[in-house]
Design a binder for this molecule. Sequence first.
Ligand SMILES: [Fe+2]
Ligand SMILES: [Fe+2]
Length: 182
Amino acid sequence: MKMPIMDRLHADHINYAKLLNLMETLLANQKKGSDEGYFELYLIMKYMTNYPDIFHHPYEDIIFEELEMMPDVDMNEIEKLKAEHKKIYDVSKALLDELDAVVNDHIVEKDRIQNLAEIYTSSLRDHMNTEEAKVFPMINDKMTQASWDKISNSLKQVNDPIFDGPASDEYKSVFGQLVDEG
Ligand SMILES: [Fe+2]
Ligand SMILES: [Fe+2]
């Protein structure tokens, strides 16, 4: 049985994919020598460590744990995704720290930002693709009304600070176009 929270998590993935594309454009320009885009990357990672890392992935963990109680589920796939949430969180924190240092004019190894960002964008993209292709369909197929009822109190809808608004002026200046594209 499918629940509205699954539409929300799917919509989140589409939003994150847009931000990953923007990150990759900025990083590619920096690799070619540009010194611009660090503040935008900092804002993206500030968002990623505040919304996806605090709501999206923990919500998935709650649903995944319930899914693991269902018969005939691929436990390896689900355990792998849960471990990736932790890894993605660690990389996102490390990347945010580096970007925070850059925007505050501290000396930072720009290669380290490139490396962390490459790990971050590719691991989050692969992770979302597995969820969309394999695990979300399993959730929609296997989860019962009773299993959703059990966890519904832990899955309260929260506002996404960029895509639901009201976005701060800081976010609007960078993400306005992406949000308007819908
Ligand atoms: Fe996830
Ligand atoms: Fe996800």
